[in-house]
Design a protein around this ligand. Structure first.
Ligand code: COI
Length: 354
């Protein structure tokens, strides 16, 4: 059993912050001074260490590189105007991480390592948390199989790590979306609900094809009929139709249970919307648009927060939105940001103080 006190800390001799300004940052390009690393061996977690960010020495036979037992999370830390640092809902990411681990036949990571390890790491990296609008310290916990064996079987050894990237907005303008009818992100019984690396690897080709057509991302549809909407790119999706917010339900196991999705549901209800989690067909979306009742479409995700969709293309039917005049997505983002930036009371207990 690992206790917080067992986490060894080796500090970097100097900080890379001396040569980096935390303003107008791209997403995920720079990494902070330290990282957390832990090993799973002989059925237990050991060697839990926070140490200077550095390369890993790995063998070419590393199981994760061949068979993709690899999962991750995305979490964000914010700085309020008094310089206090808080992490947004990390416990929800911790629980989801272990659900992903179980689906990928990987060991779960104990709370002491995930939560206390993250807290200690962010405490050490507090100078790395930007306070510019739409900036945060993106925290990336991940785990991969580390046996040097190319037989197809669950690995006996794993590495759990956390790295941090000071970061700006993921998408900085409203997006154009292509409704995907050829490729599939996830099918029932698969790994769509897990934050498994392979889900993202498999999305590269469809996204590249959509980009060639001038779109930023795809709207995934179900595996059987390509009729029921699933997610947008790497985000959950919401449709504002009349006074109701619709989002795909999690029942089929094909949708990631987004922490931002959950937060958006709570805040939309607070804003007076009825929220319906259900099976939503693209035909219903088109019908709502034809009836003049489809007001807004947006994505939610840790990296992207709330991202407006300015165009949705289904076959030859193009839906365009006047995003500049939207009311709901901007108000939702405003409420979410206010909580995360410590500007209002943390009324749902979402902020984990470091
Ligand atoms: C996130 O929103 O944290 C994601 O996982 C999306 C992407 C950066 C992979």
């Amino acid at each position: 059993m690992i206790a917080a006190a067992d986490i060894i800390i080796e500090k970097a001799k100097s900080s890379k912050l001396q040569s980096l300004s935390l303003e107008n940052l791209p997403f995920g390009k720079y990494f902070s001074d330290h990282m957390l690393e832990a090993d799973y061996e002989d059925g237990e977690w050991k060697n839990v260490e926070i140490k200077p960010y550095q390369p890993l020495l790995l063998e070419p036979s590393l199981a994760a590189l061949h068979y993709g037992q690899a999962i991750f999370e995305g979490v964000k830390a914010y700085k309020d105007d008094n310089g206090n640092i808080s992490i947004f809902r990390p416990y929800d990411n911790f629980k989801r991480f272990n659900k992903s681990a179980e689906r990928m036949r990987m060991p779960t990571v104990p709370e002491e390592i995930f939560m206390e390890g993250m807290r200690l790491l962010i405490d050490l990296e507090r100078n790395w948390v930007p306070n510019q609008k739409d900036h945060s310290l993106y925290i990336r916990p991940f785990m991969f199989s580390s046996d040097n064996v190319i037989g197809v079987k669950p690995s006996d050894t794993y590495k759990f790590m956390i790295i941090c990237s000071p970061t700006g907005p993921y998408y900085n303008k409203p997006m154009r979306i292509y409704v995907e009818e050829k490729y599939t992100r996830a099918a029932p019984g698969g790994i769509g609900f897990a934050k498994a690396a392979g889900n993202y690897g498999a999305s590269m080709l469809p996204t590249a094809e959509a980009k060639k057509l001038g779109y930023d991302q795809v709207l995934w549809t179900d595996a059987f009929e390509h009729r029921y909407v699933q997610e947008i790119g790497t985000m959950n999706v919401f449709f504002i139709i009349g006074d109701t917010a619709y989002t795909p339900d999690l029942g089929s196991g094909t949708i990631l249970a987004g922490v931002t999705r959950e937060s958006a549901i709570t805040l939309l209800k607070e804003m007076g919307f009825k929220v319906v989690e259900s099976n939503i067909s693209i035909d219903n979306i088109v019908d709502a648009h034809k009836a003049g009742a489809l007001f807004e479409v947006f994505g939610t995700g840790t990296a992207a927060t709330i991202s407006s969709i300015k165009e949705l293309r289904y076959k030859d039917y193009i839906i365009e939105f006047d995003v500049a005049n939207w009311k709901t997505a901007p108000e939702l983002k405003r409420r979410l940001d206010a909580i995360r930036e410590g500007k209002v009371d943390d009324r749902y207990g979402w902020m984990f103080k470091v």
